[in-house]
Design a protein around this ligand. Structure first.
Ligand SMILES: Cc1cc2nc3c(=O)[nH]c(=O)nc-3n(C[C@H](O)[C@H](O)[C@H](O)COP(=O)(O)OP(=O)(O)OC[C@H]3O[C@@H](n4cnc5c(N)ncnc54)[C@H](O)[C@@H]3O)c2cc1C
Length: 104
């Protein structure tokens, strides 16, 4: 860890957003914006840098019976998108089991 002034690491609009957000969060969570608080990390969007390709039936394009799903397979970037993708893939698996093509 290397302590630094975040204003030297981010553009002004990011710093302004952080300065605006911290007092607002402090109103929701008392003590969130303590005067001597240290930001130890800045969360950013991260998700799988790869995508395991799948067809219209949600199956892998080259491994029959494999259903790539969720974040690790490259189809989600958070809780909701992972959940929704999981539902869609589960439906595709169920449809495949009863011999019906998934609607796209
Ligand atoms: C620190 C952190 C904070 C986050 N905060 C947020 C947030 O605030 N909001 C948000 O929307 N998203 C957040 N996310 C992202 C979110 O958690 C993920 O995008 C989401 O959980 C992905 O869901 P998933 O089902 O695709 O994968 P996972 O939840 O990772 O599920 C994969 C599952 O597969 C299992 N598994 C792995 N290998 C095998 C194997 N060989 N055999 C059997 N099982 C196996 C694992 O044990 C795991 O249970 C955060 C992620 C992290 C790491």
């Amino acid at each position: 860890m290397h302590p630094t002034d975040l204003s030297t690491a981010f553009p002004d609009y990011v710093i302004e957003a952080i300065c605006e957000a911290l007092p607002q969060m402090d109103r929701k969570i008392a003590g969130f914006a303590m005067h001597d608080a240290v930001l130890t990390g800045v969360e950013k969007r991260t998700s799988s840098p790869i995508r395991v390709r799948r067809g219209d039936n949600y199956q892998s394009v080259n491994v029959e019976g494999l259903y790539p799903a969720g974040e690790g397979a490259g189809y989600a970037g958070g809780i909701y998108s992972a959940a929704i993708d999981g539902i869609e893939v589960a439906e595709a698996v169920a449809l495949n089991m009863v011999g019906t093509k998934a609607a796209t």
